[in-house]
Design a protein around this ligand. Structure first.
Ligand code: ADP
Length: 384
């Protein structure tokens, strides 16, 4: 690792949502200059970043021009213009994650092929061009129930995922290029966030358990450390390490895993950026995932990922049935709860299930943290 005068470099971030905001906070601790490209001037990051460039991060020219203003470029969202990042990289800019890797990760089909080629364990799959091809494969027996259909591109937070249990569900099939994956009998969903520095050193955050809301298909609760035995935790970390090394990423890689009923670990998907499943590291780890991302992309040594205290994280989602200017009903009462740390993203409008903020509860006992989380979920409502 060479001396690199990192504090004189400008960091460009594609995306100014909540993840961009939380990346700018440790950057400000080091007095780093950050520039953000986002379609909206008053995006969540605007409260902590003075340099919001308004523009579309999926547009070639916009990303290319933005990249010329900075020394190092990173992302808080995968859906960005990769061709512009490739050009910027060829012209000598530092771009993390590598745009060629980003291109693989943007497409769930290419991701699955990557896991197969690298012998990384993931549920069996086949690729289909459209709904008709899926139906043909059902008729010939190549696809069997139950299975999960996932759009290859542009899916997020469970949108673009359809669970097909029986022939009665086939009306739910989407008509687009997709991955068909065998439905896994899931015991738990886990996440391990790995980080790799420019010299190839890797650290992992403590495996975390993700609890989903079936209606919203969103993570509603995280438990860290995951309630699994030590040997499984080690296996999960080893798989995350193997995965980040296979991709050769500099920066973070969130590896989402299924633990099946036979205690096998399978990769669901990955994200090469800070991730919702690592929010709690702000309070419960020596280094947060956001600081770790900065350290990696700025060419610095990685920080300790050791857990200080257990944590439970809840997403603050827009209440069903409310769309409009946001109000946080009950928030003052909840602030009286010991160890509850509030993060409000600053989105002006709420919508059903929109991620409006999160709360991390740190406590020596996970049971106590869960009770506090339940109380907050009952008391705090995002309405308008
Ligand atoms: P997204 O990219 O939108 O987050 P995912 O691929 O992570 O979509 O799928 C969303 C959720 O759907 C998963 O967290 C899991 O609960 C369920 N799911 C996805 N794939 C499978 C599968 N093969 N078997 C069973 N459940 C699945």
């Amino acid at each position: 690792m060479k001396a690199n005068n990192f504090y004189n470099k400008k960091l460009g971030i594609l995306g100014g949502g909540q993840l961009g905001k939380m990346l700018c906070i440790p950057a400000a601790n080091w007095h780093l200059k950050t520039l953000i490209l986002d379609p909206t001037a008053d995006c969540p990051a605007s409260i902590v970043c003075k340099n919001i460039h308004v523009g579309n991060f999926t547009d070639y020219d916009t990303v290319y021009k933005f990249g010329q203003l900075v020394d190092i470029i990173t992302i808080e969202i995968e859906n960005v213009n990769v061709d512009a990042l490739i050009k910027l990289k060829q012209e000598g800019k530092t771009v993390h994650p590598d745009p060629f890797v980003l291109r693989i990760i943007q497409d769930k089909g290419l991701q699955k092929e990557f896991y197969a080629q690298n012998k990384l364990s993931s549920p069996p799959y086949i690729l289909c061009e459209n709904k008709n091809e899926v139906i043909e494969h059902i008729e010939t027996g190549k696809i069997t129930f139950p299975f999960v259909q996932k759009l290859r591109t542009a899916g997020y937070d469970g949108k673009g995922v359809s669970v097909i249990n029986t022939a009665k569900d086939t009306h739910k099939l989407m008509n687009a290029p997709c991955v068909i994956e065998q439905k896994v009998s899931i015991k738990k969903e886990l996440s391990v966030i790995a980080a790799r520095d420019v010299d190839g050193n890797v650290t992992c955050f403590t495996p975390t358990e993700m609890v989903f809301d079936d209606d919203a298909n969103l993570v509603t609760l995280l438990i860290c450390p995951a309630q699994i035995n030590e040997s499984l935790a080690q296996k999960a970390e080893a798989l995350a390490k193997e995965t980040i090394n296979a991709f050769g990423i500099v920066g973070l890689l969130a590896v989402e895993l299924f633990l099946d009923m036979n205690d096998e670990l399978l990769i669901n998907e990955v994200a090469p950026r800070p991730h919702n499943s690592g929010h709690h590291t702000i309070e419960n780890a020596i280094t947060s995932q956001y600081e770790q991302q900065l350290r990696a992309v700025m060419g610095l040594p990685l920080g300790s990922t050791e857990t200080i205290l257990p944590a439970v994280m809840i997403n603050l989602l827009g209440e069903a049935g409310y769309s409009g200017p946001v109000k946080y009903q009950g928030i003052e009462q909840c602030m009286a709860i010991d160890g509850a740390k509030f993060h409000i993203y600053g989105k002006a409008e709420t919508k059903p299930f929109r991620k409006m903020g999160h709360i991390t509860i740190i406590d020596k006992s996970i049971e106590n943290a869960l009770k506090k989380a339940e109380l907050i979920q009952k008391t705090l409502k995002v309405i308008c």
